[in-house]
Design a protein around this ligand. Structure first.
Ligand SMILES: [Zn+2]
Length: 89
């Protein structure tokens, strides 16, 4: 088991980090919202891994599906309902 930080990409194999979804480099906890979607705790900033989100929802990642999903997230970001969204391509 390991935990990869959605913010900086650091990988931890420490059982406590994996259980708590904690990054020792960012000093940041993460809350998994859905496949490929993680919220920084407590700021609430969302990090979206487009490919992981597509695969987790049963879509094949290609130029078309990536562009469509990115547009969805950018729409959400523009509506300002969430503190901030970072899209990882
Ligand atoms: Zn990190």
């Amino acid at each position: 088991m390991s935990f990869t930080c959605p913010g900086c990409g650091a990988v931890s194999h420490h059982p406590d980090d994996v259980t708590n979804r904690y990054c020792g480099r960012c000093h940041q906890f993460w809350n998994r919202i859905g496949p490929g979607v993680e919220a920084a705790t407590p700021s609430g900033e969302l990090h979206v891994d487009i490919d992981a989100c597509l695969i987790g929802n049963g879509y094949e990642p290609n130029d078309q599906t990536r562009a469509a999903l990115e547009r969805c997230w950018l729409d959400v970001a523009e509506r300002g309902v969430l503190p901030a969204i970072v899209i990882d391509r």
